[in-house]
Design a protein around this ligand. Structure first.
Ligand code: ITT
Length: 202
């Protein structure tokens, strides 16, 4: 069963492919030219649906199952920022590193060296059978320096609950056992299994 990912983020593509080995997973940009999708909802769920709908429509394939992930980090000392704005915290068209260092500076500006924080992932699944969404969260804290270069995005400054190292230092299999994305994906895989069942019985 083929799953089309509605994302241009290579970190997400890498993680989702590794976690969904039971499906054939392709990024939509492997099937067509990538196009701009305006994510203007005010929730992770809303933005995941916008991305999945845009790619489902562009594919124009009634057998397609499209998966979109909208995710981000929320820092307590910043009242939950950057949240849904995580991809553009340092501005539009910036790199992951720009966002990472902007977040470190923002936490430092609060006069603290660490803060509780969590990641959220909303996953939308769209197929001819309908639209569904699920969520996953990972709790921990952020520090005001980077450690390690594994993972992507804000991982070098995030220490998951129960660990002393950042996700930049921890192996990918540890992140995939803990992450917001893996929790949402395990719920999503139940939805996909249901779609498969529905198709077998139609
Ligand atoms: P798509 O919209 O094409 O999927 P994007 O990178 O713009 O790609 P989002 O709008 O969902 O994706 O933004 C997610 C932001 O949160 C982005 O800055 C990521 O680096 C960060 N982020 C999400 N999950 C993360 C994770 O597991 N580790 C580190 N950073 C993460």
């Amino acid at each position: 069963m083929r799953l089309v990912l509605a994302t241009s983020n290579q970190g997400k593509v890498r993680e989702i492919k590794a976690m969904c080995s039971e499906f054939e997973v392709v990024a939509y940009s492997e099937l067509m030219d990538a196009f701009e999708i305006i994510e203007d909802a005010d929730t992770f769920k809303g933005n995941a649906l916008i991305k999945a709908r845009a790619v489902f429509k562009a594919l124009d394939d009634e057998e397609a199952i499209v998966l979109a992930d909208d995710s981000g980090i929320s820092v307590d000392v910043l009242d939950g920022a950057p949240g849904i704005y995580s991809a553009r915290y340092a501005g539009v068209g910036v790199t992951d590193k720009d966002n990472l260092y902007a977040l470190i500076e923002a936490v430092k500006a609060e006069g603290v060296s660490e803060s509780d924080a969590h990641y959220t992932a909303a996953i939308a699944i769209i197929s001819n059978e309908g639209e569904q969404t699920v969520h996953g969260w990972m709790y921990g804290h952020v520090i005001v320096e980077t450690r390690g270069d594994k993972g992507f995005g804000y991982d070098p400054m995030f220490i998951p609950e129960g660990y002393e190292k950042t996700l930049g230092e921890l192996d990918a299999d540890i992140k995939s056992a803990l992450s917001h994305r893996s929790k949402a994906l395990s719920l999503a895989s139940l939805l996909i299994a249901n779609i498969k069942k529905q198709r077998e019985h139609r």
